[in-house]
Design a protein around this ligand. Sequence first.
Ligand code: M6P
Ligand code: ZN
Length: 187
Amino acid sequence: MIPEQVVIDDKSGLMTPNTGRYRKRLSELRGLFQDAQVLEAEIRAKGDPVVYEVIEYKKGGSDLFFGTTAILPGKVNAEYYMTRGHFHKRRDMGEVYYTRNGAGILLLESPDGETNVIEMRPGTCAFIAPNWAHRSINIGAESLVFVWVCSVDAGHDYGQILRTGMRKIVVEREGKVAVLDNPSMVP
Ligand code: M6P
Ligand code: ZN
């Protein structure tokens, strides 16, 4: 392994060089948003828009890897575009998110249901402590772009959040951003 420079475009999240990238479109995020009917209508009307893109730099044999995530601006009904959200398979491993563009909310949840919210704006760096589920949400008019750094062993555990959602949802209410109790979550 040799050291290398990676150039990151803050506006788009493009990383040069990178070792992989994927996009998540609205049709791949069915079940994530509250309003399933509006989601289907948006898929038809907008031609299945991209919600977010993840680009990574990962070298075999390294303990760390990093990448960017760019969440496009948009909403499904009142609910802002967001990532799926996950715990790490290795619950003892955390992550760092360094925001470079746009405006967002990092929504965190502990296994016993405690919620924590961290504002994301350019220059802020979030420490995601081990054993907190995390989801990022774009609450602005531009792409929300952040750089993340994580252990290669951390892994993703989507199970619980895919099944039940998170305890809070982030929506636009009367022109403002509101963090509300998730109405579809069984208490
Ligand atoms: C961040 C990181 C990635 C994650 C991505 C998308 O960039 O935490 O590991 O994959 O967000 O989030 P999710 O996988 O929850 O949809
Ligand atoms: Zn993570």
